[in-house]
Design a protein around this ligand. Sequence first.
Ligand SMILES: *Cc1c(COP(=O)(O)O)cnc(C)c1O
Length: 392
Amino acid sequence: MTARRSPSPCPARQNRKIVSPPGTPLGSGATPRELPIRDSLRNQRSYDAPQLAIPVRLNTNESPFPPAPALIHDIAESIREVAADLHRYPDREAVALRNDLATYLTQRTGLAVHTSNVWAANGSNEVLQHILHVFGGPGRRVLSFAPSYSMYRIIAEGLGSEWMEIQRAEDFSLDMDHAVAMIAEHHPGVVIVTNPHSPTGHRLGTLELERILHAAPGIVVIDEAYGEYSTTPSAIGLINRFPMRVIVTRTLSKAFGFAGGRLGYLVAAPPVIDAMRLARLPYHLSTITQSAARAALRHADQSLTLVSIVTAERSQVSKTLRQLDFEVFDSHANFLLFGRFADAPRAWRRYLDHGVLIRDVGTPHHLRVTIGTPEDNARFLEVSETLRAAGV
Ligand SMILES: *Cc1c(COP(=O)(O)O)cnc(C)c1O
């Protein structure tokens, strides 16, 4: 297989293939059926986005750009420094990191975000788990707008909440009147709004978020995993007006190119932050994670420069796809939902056969592609053209 990416600066990386030891594992006689798994988990599927070692990987919305040498150096030095303290548990409150996050958000939004407004965990998935641990659970309903991010349901049901989703319109936009009526009727304890939305890339404006906040009786989580790719103002600006209701979740996984570092956070009123302590495990954020994330934040400016490359590429890719006669949804994130395919899973396979891994998010007739490097995108478009010509 020919690698299209620039050669890795680290030779060890080229030897990634893991070979399992021979033989069968201990306990091979056990059958899953006999395992006394909780009823609420019995028919669950785990998060299963494929991780394949193929040349062009455009399926999980990571940044396509590896950390710059200066950032790699800063991370390594920061970890070297804190390594001397690894016999001690980490700062349970992650104060320095939360402080840096608050500073970043204050600069970015112009709003005075305080350390006591910020909570951090291992990815925004863990943040969401903390939120639903506190505000969801047995006897409570968690509502979102389908199609949406598959982890919402997995976490909500895993914690025993009742899951409910409102279908988006045919063009995947959100019918606000319907959404508000459904929220009023089903009074969910938690509503989750992804903004910009995944997998469509749609965004909601402040007025629409306000309508949802007025209708919802409980917590409204606004997941801004893709916030940096959008020109929409952050919902952090709504916290003062709805202090007991708004929780904004964000992550370093996408715009900061730090998916492997695992750092997500939320912004909310201080009592919400205090409540999160009831859900976290003690010392949930390792010293190494805290220190590497602080290094990543010191290089925010460079990361945001890469974000603007990605958004420029997004316009280019979407324009070319449209010229090839694909249907493309306007996106405010680092991916595009496009189609229409007679058979989306089959089309997904055809891309894979050509060495391009994109995402079948389970919406009929559509696939999602993450915006990659200019070279990745060129290859993706080349394959798209080939497949179009072949009538896929
Ligand atoms: C990628 C993504 C996240 C981020 O998850 P992390 O745990 O922070 O890596 C959260 N929400 C949505 C909608 C996403 O697409």
